[in-house]
Design a protein around this ligand. Structure first.
Ligand code: NAP
Length: 281
């Protein structure tokens, strides 16, 4: 396979283009705005780019990299142009609402989620090696042809990502906990800090350092993406938020009651629980 199409030339689509071209693939880009297409060519993210989906007629493989709500509609629009043997994948941060309708539209579809990002968006934010050593999740269905998973596995290896395979539902429950909940928690953290009054707020802003930078990063990212996560992974995110609220209530109660032993026990538990989430496997 040589020729890859990418629809949606933003942070993820552009970064994929840069790495795939570096691996020798020819990349055809399609985006909504002509200015983005021109910039993607200038930056070397694609070989050619246009706003016209018919340009994807020669692609052997297609990555759908638009915002979540445009993935299935884009697939519907591009169907008339696709080669019969073309493989289609997507990069959306949620999988359950996409995989079933996309597979119904195109049998040779396999859902994917490269789990890397930055706080930036758009083609200017595209960068090489974004997916290096990052998890890349594939969510095949029981009827997904095995050759598709094999071809995607090779591509994931070319991106130097770490491959994981699971169901769309398992993916969405897991990312609700480690990706979508942190966005809402981090956004709430920033919102609560802005409750301080003028002088204290200014002082807090001056004193904020690496701890605040780490904990506020994902809450200060792309608002459109945050809303999409909540809309399209609503029930799993709600369950995670309820558990988080209960955990916060516990901490509030321990502090109110000056139960330092209980607080210490909780912090010891969380200190021990963290490494398996953050250490590379
Ligand atoms: P982004 O930087 O905003 O890029 C999306 C691009 O898609 C936009 O720049 C826009 O380009 C284009 N676009 C929008 N609607 C379109 C349409 N109908 N047809 C063609 N192009 C369209 O967003 P992103 O962060 O790359 O996210 C894209 C996808 O990656 C989402 O599905 C998201 O869930 C997933 N994802 C994001 C991250 C992350 O951390 N950001 C990580 C993993 C996966 P124009 O300039 O042409 O309008």
């Amino acid at each position: 396979m040589n020729r890859i199409g990418i629809v949606g030339l933003g942070l993820i689509g552009g970064s994929l283009g840069l790495d795939l071209r570096a691996q020798g693939y020819e990349v055809i880009g399609v985006s909504r705005r002509q200015s983005t297409c021109d910039r993607a060519v200038e930056l070397g993210a694609v070989d050619h780019a246009t706003v016209d989906l018919s340009a994807l007629g020669t692609a052997e493989m297609l990555f759908l990299c638009t915002p979540i709500n445009a993935i299935v509609p884009t697939l519907e629009q591009v169907l008339p142009y696709l080669r019969p043997e073309a493989i289609v994948t997507d990069v959306a941060s949620v999988k359950t609402p996409i995989v079933a309708p996309a597979t119904a539209l195109w049998h040779q579809f396999v859902g994917g989620h490269p789990m890397a990002g930055t706080a930036e968006q758009g083609i200017e934010a595209a960068q090489r090696h974004l997916f290096d050593r990052a998890p890349y999740v594939l969510t095949p269905q029981p009827n997904t042809p095995t050759e598709l998973v094999d071809i995607m596995t090779t591509l994931v290896q070319h991106l130097n990502s770490r491959l994981y395979i699971c169901t769309p539902e398992a993916h969405d429950r897991a990312v609700a906990r480690i990706s979508h909940l942190p966005v809402m928690v981090s956004a709430s953290l920033i919102a609560s800090c802005t409750q301080e009054d003028g002088q204290t707020l200014e002082l807090a802003q001056s004193l904020a350092s690496s701890g605040f930078r780490d904990t506020s990063r994902v809450g200060g990212g792309n608002p459109e993406l945050g809303v999409m996560m909540a809309r399209y992974n609503r029930s799993a995110l709600q369950a995670a938020l309820q558990d988080y609220r209960a955990a916060l209530d516990t901490v509030i109660e321990q502090i109110e009651q000056e139960d330092w032993a209980a607080l210490a026990a909780l912090l010891q538990q969380t200190q021990a629980a963290r490494p398996p989430f953050v250490e590379e496997q």
